[in-house]
Design a protein around this ligand. Structure first.
Ligand code: KG4
Ligand code: ZN
Length: 331
C-alpha cells in the first residue's frame, strides 16, 4: 500500500489529504480562508500566507487522524510546487520539507488534471482536459503523466476570476462563482446579449471583454440593480451563458479536431451546474466519455495533489530537500 500525504497551499485554501494507491481517499481536509478575503473582494496575499502558517499543522494533523495514519506510515509527501502565490506556496513546501519526507513534486495543474483519477472510472490516455479555475483556463491534451500539450489558454482573465470580478461588481461576496451560479439558476440566460470572444483559429480564451461588457451594463442600469432581484438574476444568467458557451464551443472543436475519445472537466469553475450540464450535452453530441469529479474535488484540495504525487512516486520521480516553490510554473 502506498500512502501519500498531499498538501496544497497554492492560493487561499489550506488542504491536506491522505490517498492510498493514488485513488482511494482516506481524508481530504480543506480549510477555507474565504471569510478573511471576502471583505476585500479578492485574495490578499499577505493575509493568505499568515493564515496558511496558522492552519497547516492543524489541517495536516486532522487529515492524518481522519485517515488513521501516522506520519511514519506515509510512503511520501506530495506538495504542490506551483503555480500560485509565492508566500502561500512557501508555507506548504517548507512544512513538507520540515517533516523531511518530500517525495514527488506535483504541479498544481497536474493536481486538477489527475483529480479525475480519484473517480471509480478513469479516462484512458489520451484525453482532453478542460481546466477552469480562478487562476487558469486551459485546454490540455493529456497523453500520459508528464505528456501535456496545451492547446489553448486564456489570454487575460481566467473564467473563475471573471466570476469573482463580476460578483464584486454586483456587490455579492467572495468567491463569486457559487453565488452567481445560484442567482443564474432563476434568471433568463438570453435576456442580455453579452459578447462571446471566440478568437477564431485558436483554442485560446478571453474573458476580459465580457467582464467589461457586464460592467458597462451594470453602470447603465445601476439605479435598479440592487433593488431588482430579477435584473440581478438575468445579469448572472446571461454572463454565465456567455462563459459556458465559449468553453463548450472550444472544447467541442478540440475534441473533433484532435480525435479525442474522453474529456475531463476540472478546476473550481467545474463546480458550476450549468457548465457541468452543458459539458454532458456536448459529450453526448460528440459521442465521447465525460469525466467530472464531485464538487469537493473540483475546487482546490490536496487529494488531487496526492493523486498526481502518487503517479510521480511510482515512477521514481522524487525530489529532495532542494525543492523550492515557484509562483510561475509551466505545466
Ligand atoms: O480551482 P480553484 O478552487 O482555485 C484555483 O486554482 O484557482 O477555483 C476557484 C474558482 C473561484 O474563482 C470560484 O469563484 C470558482 O472557482 N467557482 C465557481 C463555482 N464554484 C467555485 N465558479 C462558477 N460556479 C461555481 N459553482
Ligand atoms: Zn486550482
Amino acid at each position: 500500500m502506498t500512502y501519500i500525504l498531499g498538501i496544497d497551499s497554492s492560493c487561499d485554501d489550506t488542504s491536506a489529504s491522505v490517498v492510498v494507491n493514488g485513488s482511494r481517499i482516506l481524508s481530504n481536509v480543506v480549510s477555507s480562508q474565504a471569510e478573511i478575503h471576502e471583505k476585500y473582494g479578492g485574495i490578499v496575499p499577505e493575509l493568505a500566507s499568515r493564515r496558511h502558517i496558522e492552519m497547516i499543522w492543524p489541517v495536516v494533523d486532522e487529515a492524518l487522524k481522519i485517515a488513521s495514519v501516522r506520519l511514519e506510515t506515509l510512503s511520501g509527501i506530495a506538495v504542490c510546487q506551483g503555480p500560485g502565490l509565492i508566500g502561500s506556496l512557501l508555507v506548504g513546501s517548507s512544512f513538507a520539507k520540515a517533516v523531511a519526507y518530500v517525495k514527488g513534486i506535483p504541479h498544481h495543474l497536474e493536481g486538477h488534471i489527475f483529480s479525475v483519477f480519484l473517480l471509480e472510472q478513469r479516462p484512458a490516455f489520451p484525453f482532453l482536459s478542460l481546466i477552469v479555475s480562478g487562476g487558469h483556463t486551459s485546454l490540455i491534451r493529456v497523453g500520459g503523466l508528464g505528456s501535456y500539450r496545451e492547446l489553448g489558454r486564456t489570454r487575460d482573465d481566467a473564467a473563475g476570476e471573471a466570476y469573482d470580478k463580476v460578483a464584486k461588481m454586483l456587490g455579492l461576496g467572495y468567491p463569486g462563482g457559487p453565488l452567481i451560479d445560484d442567482l443564474a439558476e432563476k434568471g433568463d440566460p438570453e435576456s442580455i446579449p453579452f459578447p462571446r470572444a471566440l478568437i477564431p483559429g485558436t483554442y485560446d480564451f478571453s474573458f476580459s471583454g465580457l467582464k467589461t461588457a457586464v460592467r458597462n451594463y451594470i453602470e447603465k442600469v445601476s439605479l435598479n440593480i440592487s433593488s431588482e432581484r430579477s435584473l440581478m438574476q438575468n445579469v448572472c444568467a446571461s454572463f454565465q451563458a456567455a462563459v459556458v458557451d465559449v468553453l463548450i464551443k472550444k472544447a467541442e472543436v478540440a475534441v473533433k479536431k484532435e480525435g479525442i475519445k474522453s474529456v475531463t472537466l476540472t478546476g473550481g469553475v467545474a463546480a458550476n451546474r450549468q457548465l457541468r450540464e452543458a459539458m454532458k450535452e456536448m459529450a453526448e453530441r460528440a459521442g465521447i466519455e465525460l469525466y467530472v469529479p464531485p464538487v469537493a474535488l473540483c475546487t482546490d484540495n490536496a487529494a488531487m495533489i496526492a493523486a498526481a504525487g502518487y503517479l510521480h512516486f511510482v515512477k521514481g520521480d522524487i525530489s529532495g530537500l532542494e525543492l523550492n516553490p515557484r509562483a510561475y510554473l509551466p505545466v
